[in-house]
Design a binder for this molecule. Structure first.
Ligand code: PLP
Length: 415
């Protein structure tokens, strides 16, 4: 049998990807052989216990994905037709899809211009008598203003979910991402800081929500039902032993991955310094940002949008990703009645989205890869610079010319 994937190295600079060592391989092999008979569920239970300990919560439930964790969270909270759930307009569609699975209505709140996470002032504006839950998303490793979100949720008597899919290892005032709401949800997709191939985790301190989640995730069976006496129609959301074994290995190496992500970010930060109107992920006081994706946004003094910059990087062998499109702009969601007012209201989300990209942040990157990506990005932006908005508004404003030819990009043999 050929194993064409073994040892394969990317010939482009990848935007995301994991670090898998012999430890994970041996744990997975053990689970493949031993995760049945008397070994059934042992890897899953250990992974759940160690993960809950890491995040600092009482309970963790291993699942096939973060999407399923959000689905279960909303279902356990009793969200259904007629209810509204407030979500940030900037996130991956997986945050909102489960709201629609349950027949509820998403309300798209604007995001904060600095953290890029849901803006509490906008949430306040979106609250109504029909609001049942708020989902905050810790975007790209940053974190929401959880103190204010919790205050708003408490005052309005609505539930709070933390979509921490992208933020394993981040913390705010020493409280880990995922532990700040009624339920937290994580993703272990292959692009994430730690992976189980595909997978997710739901965490909570609330025993009642946990009991509901455990029943719903197993086709409506009570956890100790040995006689197949399903009490309601639920879902089938479980993680396999092989995935849990991989997760255990990855969790034990998580700090190493976080150090690497922070190193990648610091290299971008250093090499993009001094570009006016260009900002990277924020790390306000009290936040430890896990920088899942080093991300750059630029202002209107650069006459180039995200697809243009992505094309410039791609031509040099560098993969990147677009800053998320506002959910209310997506063909899949734009017909929802609440999307139209969001398109008019969410100025920050729409502004950021056009002028931002995720930079290569894969765990396999070498410093040189990051420097090369920073160098090509810098050249792409510098050559697109027109002038600061204030200068352009003056009649005979001096435009700063920077033609691509003038920007020297060192050649690089193996990208
Ligand atoms: C913010 C956010 N929420 C949810 C998800 C869904 O995760 P999964 O693919 O594990 O379902 C992702 C994954 O990319 C995400 O980035």
């Amino acid at each position: 049998m050929r194993l064409p994937l073994q040892g394969a190295l990317p010939n482009r600079i990848p935007v995301a990807g994991p670090d898998i060592s012999d430890l994970e391989v041996s744990l997975v092999a053990d689970a493949a052989r031993g995760g049945f008979y008397q070994g059934a569920n042992q890897y899953q239970s250990r992974f759940e216990q160690e993960f809950a300990g890491y995040v600092g919560v009482s309970h963790a439930v291993a699942l096939p994905s973060c999407t399923s964790a959000i689905h279960l969270a909303l279902a356990a909270m009793g969200v259904g037709p007629g209810d509204e759930v407030i979500v940030p307009d900037i996130t991956w569609i997986a945050t909102v899809a489960p709201v629609l699975y349950l027949g509820a209505t998403p309300i798209f709140a604007d995001v904060d211009p600095t953290t890029w996470c849901i803006a509490p002032t906008s949430v306040e504006h979106c609250l109504s008598k029909r609001t049942k839950a708020i989902i905050g998303v810790d975007l790209y490793g940053g974190m929401c203003d959880w103190a204010r979100l919790r205050g708003l949720a408490r005052a309005a008597n609505v539930r709070l979910i933390e979509d921490a899919a992208e933020a394993i290892g981040s913390s705010w005032m020493n409280q880990r991402a995922g532990s700040l709401a009624d339920i937290g949800a994580f993703s272990f997709h292959g692009s994430k800081t730690m992976t189980t191939g595909e997978g997710g985790m739901l965490v909570t301190n609330d025993g009642d929500l946990l009991a509901r989640v455990l029943r719903l995730r197993d086709h409506g069976r009570a956890p100790n039902d040995f006689f197949f006496e399903n009490e309601e129609v639920g879902f089938k959301y479980r993680m396999s032993a092989v995935q849990a074994a991989m997760g255990l290995g990855q969790l034990s190496r998580l700090q190493q991955f976080l150090d690497k992500k922070r190193r990648i970010f610091s290299l971008y930060s250093e090499h993009l310094a001094g570009l006016d109107g260009v900002t990277l992920n924020a790390e306000p006081a009290g936040l430890y940002n896990s920088y899942w994706m080093s991300t750059v946004v630029w202002d209107e003094s650069y006459d180039i949008l995200k697809k243009g910059v992505m094309a410039r990087l791609a031509a040099r062998g560098i993969d990147s990703r677009p800053f998320f499109n506002p959910l209310s702009s997506l063909p899949a969601l734009s017909n929802i009645a609440s999307a139209k007012p969001a398109r008019e209201r969410n100025k920050v989300a729409y502004g950021l989205s056009e002028r931002g990209i995720n930079l290569p942040s894969a765990l396999c990157l070498e410093d040189d890869d990051v420097l090369w990506a920073a160098c090509v990005l810098r050249a792409a932006l510098e050559s697109s610079r027109v002038a600061p908005v204030s200068a352009r508004e003056r009649p005979a404003a001096a435009v700063v010319p920077a033609s691509p030819e003038k920007v020297a990009i060192p050649s690089r043999s193996a990208a």
